[in-house]
Design a protein. Structure first.
Length: 156
């Protein structure tokens, strides 16, 4: 039988832990879920969870084990780290080998003054992102030619 106390939404009540002198455990919904310690009140952090949880309560329809939840978080964090590593170690160095291109300047709308600014924002001609650098794009590694860089946009 599924029990509510085994769900990842079942956490320690931090007020009770602080009152009893235990060190606080930060176990929010975006962090890894840790099992509540014995002797501390438990509470649910979900929308349909009760304020106090006991060991004998049956699980609700949103039940998910701590192991499944923590594994999903770990996989997402690992995928993100792998994406950053692949971009920084593979894509950007290969992009540095391409021939330099001039920066493309695009129209920008200034909502504060309610007007359109021609040649208002730089854009990488290869990937379409804002380059954030005069020398090369930080996303794809495309190098830029020095005659039309971020410091001197074309005049119109």
């Amino acid at each position: 039988m599924k029990k509510c106390s085994n769900c990842y939404r079942c956490v320690e009540d931090w007020r009770d832990a602080k009152a009893k002198g235990y060190p606080l455990i930060n176990s929010g919904i975006f962090n890894y879920s840790k099992k509540p310690r014995k002797g501390i009140k438990r509470r649910g952090i979900g929308m349909s969870c009760p304020d106090e949880i006991s060991d004998s309560m049956a699980a609700c329809e949103y039940y998910e084990t701590r192991l499944n939840h923590n594994m999903k978080l770990w996989i997402e964090k690992t995928k993100q780290s792998c994406k950053w590593w692949f971009r920084d170690v593979v894509i950007v160095p290969l992009g540095k080998l391409r021939k330099p291109l001039p920066i493309k300047w695009v129209v920008r709308f200034d909502s504060y003054t309610n007007r359109i600014i021609p040649n208002g924002e730089p854009e990488c001609p290869r990937c379409g992102e804002m380059p954030y650098s005069n020398e090369q794009c930080v996303f794809c590694g495309q190098r830029f030619s020095p005659e039309n860089n971020l410091e001197n946009p074309p005049k119109r």
